[in-house]
Design a protein around this ligand. Structure first.
Ligand SMILES: Nc1ncnc2c1ncn2[C@@H]1O[C@H](COP(=O)(O)OP(=O)(O)OP(=O)(O)O)[C@@H](O)[C@H]1O
Length: 847
């Protein structure tokens, strides 16, 4: 069974590392082209070296598009219409050329509305070259003499550069020459744009500028490639036309190749090299040795580039073109003769000149068919560029880390590395001042201003650390000149540089011509000459051996010295690094300590403040305590005084009560004694009366029986409630209860066990007589489960001395009693059930 293949893991996007490297903003220049004619209504004006003024056109006003007031746009520099190509080049492209020679990358692109002069700016005219030919001029002016032999540097097809010896390079050159000779000469093609032939035939005026800061101990080589991005497909403009390549499905249409055959171009793909740089895989790279050769390639590619006639431009670019100049450099060997064969020492820098196709509105161009499709692809790719710039800016100015959609378009994908900090980026905004372009120009301005805010990490200058002596090339040249002079006999061998062979086998060959077979003189001379030469050769060999020995010894000494110095340097370097680290650590420690010190100082300050606050609080609390102590002392004294007053009052009250009780008791005693006395009197009187008269006939039954039997004689159980304070009146009218339970203080249990209730209540009347009330009631079970007493009857028993005037009946007494004391008795009865004892005794006291 076939094993199932796992899904290819998704590549995590590389994020640019946050470094502290210096950054430069993208420099944006603005070039205003001259109007088409004097009658053209213009909407743009140069206000100053850096400010461009845009005035809204009438159509914009009508359509209400863009700002409806004048707007000013600031750039690094604004070039007025009369600016020459040379001025523009010196300010915009020359620094990029200097960079590329010093091993740094650069990207220059033109941007603008269709017909605004982008191609004119990049290429120029045969009479007045644009930025691109001038870049090539300056590069070759600067490194022309320092170039390595052709084929010494050899592209490795994966965006890197291989090296080969001069001998191998010569062999390769010969191979190529042979191949070229085998290919039949091509038929010249019709020039398609910018008149390729015009360029070739026009007297060439090279830009004379030369970069001075070139490392002469390096050997250089220049490679060019030219591609176009058409409908988001990449095509190689320098590719040799294949004779039998089938049309690719991707190729949108066949274009006229330079050999006149209608052959479909093969689209290329983008790849990432080992250093994560994007490159067009399989794009032709041509090594050029002078500006003419480079321009030849430019013209060749330009002829193939897709251009078309539109309403707005006679020859409008229908694709984005990218001209890549790659400068390879590597150090010379110690003798300054050949390139050092060390691939790791090769530095390749790249200058990309991009002529973007112009943004265009279809309602203005009136394009249809292919042109319309091209226009929409152009606009889409420009839109991606804008989006990338916007997101880049957003990522740089805010904390957001959005993914920049470089891959959405081939243009942005190809130059992704530039925006991520692999080179300098410059942009030239081309502006057509024509008022009809206003609406699109205003969008271009906004994009340009946005681009200026994007920052690119500054690239470091490349320095080769070969350890070789500088000035090798010059020394070698001097040596060669000296050698030539010596060989010409104009200079003596002492002038030769040390370490270089300066031997000669003697004077040139004499004229030795054998005139006859017997010419022994000539032979003799020849033998002598050869012997001399042999002797000379031997001397030179010996000298050479000696010198070799000396040299070897010197070299060994030097090497030893060198090794020793190197070791010493390394140890010093280590020490230095260690010291540096120590210093760094100490610095950090000091910073930490300072910080801690500061923290402690602040803490101490806080504590001090807190301490002061607490002291204040303590003081106020002390004050409060002392005032409270004083207050409590005062209160205690007051309380004491009150207690004393109360005690005195209570003492007085007690005395008064005691007196009162004593008085009461005395009264009672007196009453009893009086009663006793009266009873004695009655008894003694009765004794006397019984003796004299017959006993009286009973006229009526005794009141007592009638009254008592009615209720008490039943079988009910009675609760006889007699408070302890009750006095035994010893009256004959006492209730007779068969079943009774006598209590001084009734409780619920007692009440539960009985059916009837009787309260015997005694009071002292105004005459000091004891009045006994018998209050009767029925005991009921309450609904709530308790017991209640319902009072049903009150009997009042009153003792008094028999009145002199009239004898009152008991019923009259009761009535009288009822009328006067009823309320009081009722209240008392109520209390009797719940807690008679206390209230009753209190009442008694009150009485
Ligand atoms: N600065 C200038 N001086 C003189 N002529 C100019 C200038 N700029 C542009 N032109 C002329 O304007 C015309 C259009 O220019 P060009 O083809 O360079 O525009 P473009 O922006 O490349 O257009 P497209 O995007 O359609 O390719 C050309 O004839 C060119 O010669």
């Amino acid at each position: 069974m076939k094993p199932t293949r796992g899904k290819t893991p998704k590549k995590t996007p590389r994020r640019p590392q946050q470094t502290n490297k210096a950054k430069d903003p993208v420099e944006v220049y603005c070039r205003l082209r001259p109007p088409n004619d004097d009658q053209t209504d213009v909407c743009a004006e140069v206000l100053s070296d850096a400010v461009l003024l845009l005035r809204p056109s009438e159509t914009a006003r009508v359509n209400r598009i863009g700002e409806l007031k004048e707007t000013q746009h600031t750039f690094k520099f604004v070039f007025p219409p009369e600016t020459s190509q040379k001025t523009l080049f010196d300010m915009v492209a020359l620094p990029l050329v200097q960079d590329v020679i010093q091993g740094k990358n650069g990207l220059l692109f033109t941007y603008g509305v269709t017909g605004s002069g982008k191609t004119h700016t990049v290429q120029g005219t045969p009479a007045d070259h644009g930025l691109l030919p001038r870049c090539l001029d300056v590069i070759f002016n600067s490194i022309g003499e320092l170039q390595a032999k052709r084929c010494v540097f050899k592209p490795d097809k994966v965006n890197g550069m291989d090296l080969q010896t001069e001998a191998d390079a010569m062999l390769e050159r010969q191979r190529k020459l042979q191949q070229d000779l085998l290919v039949p000469p091509k038929t010249p093609t019709t020039p398609r744009r910018n008149g390729g032939d015009d360029w070739q035939n026009f007297p060439y005026v090279a830009d004379p500028t030369k970069v001075e800061t070139v490392d002469e101990d390096n050997a250089y080589a220049v490679f060019v490639s030219f591609i176009e991005i058409y409908n988001n497909y990449i095509y190689d403009l320098l590719e040799e036309s294949p004779t039998s390549v089938p049309s690719t499905p991707r190729a949108p249409f066949k274009f006229q190749s330079d050999d006149g055959n209608g052959i479909a171009p093969q689209s290329k793909i983008l790849r990432e090299d080992m250093n994560h740089n994007m490159y067009v895989y399989g794009a032709t790279e041509v090594e050029v040795k002078n500006p003419e050769e480079a321009c030849e390639q430019l013209i060749k590619g330009q002829k193939r580039r897709r251009v078309a006639h539109t309403q707005l431009n006679m020859a409008s670019s229908r694709s984005h073109s990218v001209f890549l100049i790659r400068v390879a450099q590597a150090p010379l060997d110690p003798e300054g003769e050949e390139v050092l064969q060390d691939k790791s020492q090769v530095c390749v820098s790249q200058l990309a000149l991009v002529d973007l196709a112009g943004s265009e509105r279809t309602n203005r161009t009136k394009n249809t068919g292919d042109r319309l499709r091209e226009a929409s692809n152009i606009n889409a790719s420009l839109m991606v560029l804008r989006t990338c710039i916007e997101i880049l800016r957003e990522n740089q100015t805010t904390i957001s880390n959005r993914i920049v959609p470089y891959r959405d378009s081939k243009v942005t994908h190809l130059f992704k590395n530039y925006f991520e900090g692999e080179g300098k980026v410059r942009m030239v905004i081309c502006v057509n001042p024509s008022a009809s372009d206003y609406e699109e120009t205003i969008h271009v301005m906004r994009f340009a201003e946005l681009t200026q805010e994007v920052e690119i990490t500054r690239q470091k200058e490349v320095r080769f650390d070969t350890g070789l002596t500088p000035g090798r090339r010059k020394a070698n040249q001097m040596y060669r000149e000296a050698l030539e002079n010596f060989e010409r006999g104009e200079q003596d061998a002492n002038f030769l540089l040390p370490g270089r062979p300066g031997y000669s086998l003697g004077p040139p060959w004499p004229c030795l011509e054998l005139t006859a077979a017997s010419d022994s003189v000539t032979l003799q001379n020849l033998i002598q000459f050869l012997v001399d030469r042999e002797a000379c050769r031997r001397t030179l060999c010996e000298d050479l051996c000696r010198k070799h020995g000396v040299m070897r010894t010197q070299l060994l000494d030097l090497e030893k010295n060198n090794i020793f110095l190197r070791q010493e340097m390394e140890s010093l370097q280590e020490q230095l690094t260690g010291k540096g680290k120590d210093l760094e650590r100490a610095k950090k420690k000091i910073e930490n300590l300072e910080y801690k010190n500061e923290v402690l100082r602040r803490t101490a300050q806080l504590y001090d403040e807190e301490k002061k606050e607490m002291e204040n609080e303590l003081k106020s609390k002390d004050h409060q305590i002392s005032s409270r102590t004083a207050e409590s002392r005062r209160l205690r004294q007051t309380m004491k005084a009150i207690e004393q007053t109360k005690d005195a009052k209570w003492e007085k009250e007690c005395d008064r009560r005691m007196k009162q009780q004593r008085l009461e008791l005395q009264n009672k005693m007196w009453v009893k004694e009086e009663k006793l006395r009266q009873l004695k009197e009655i008894v003694s009187k009765d004794g006397k009366r019984r003796a004299k008269s017959p006993p009286p006939k009973p006229t009526a039954p005794p009141v007592r029986l009638n009254h008592r039997r009615s209720r008490s004689a039943s079988g009910d159980r009675w609760l006889d409630h007699k408070p302890v304070c009750n006095l035994d009146t010893e009256t004959v009218l006492q209730p007779q209860l068969k079943k009774k339970m006598t209590v001084s203080v009734p409780d619920v249990k007692n009440i539960k066990k009985t059916d009837k209730y009787l309260l015997t209540h005694q009071e002292e009347d105004s005459q000091g007589e004891i009045e006994t009330k018998l209050i009767k009631g029925d005991v009921f079970k309450s609904r709530a489960g308790g017991h209640s007493v319902q009072f049903t009857d009150i009997e009042v028993l009153k003792q008094e001395a028999p009145p002199e005037s009239r004898k009152r009946s008991a019923s009259e007494d009761i009535e009288e009693e009822h009328s006067g004391d009823w309320t009081d008795v009722e209240t008392r009865c109520a209390i009797a059930v719940e807690g008679h004892d206390r209230r009753a005794s209190a009442k008694r006291h009150k009485v």
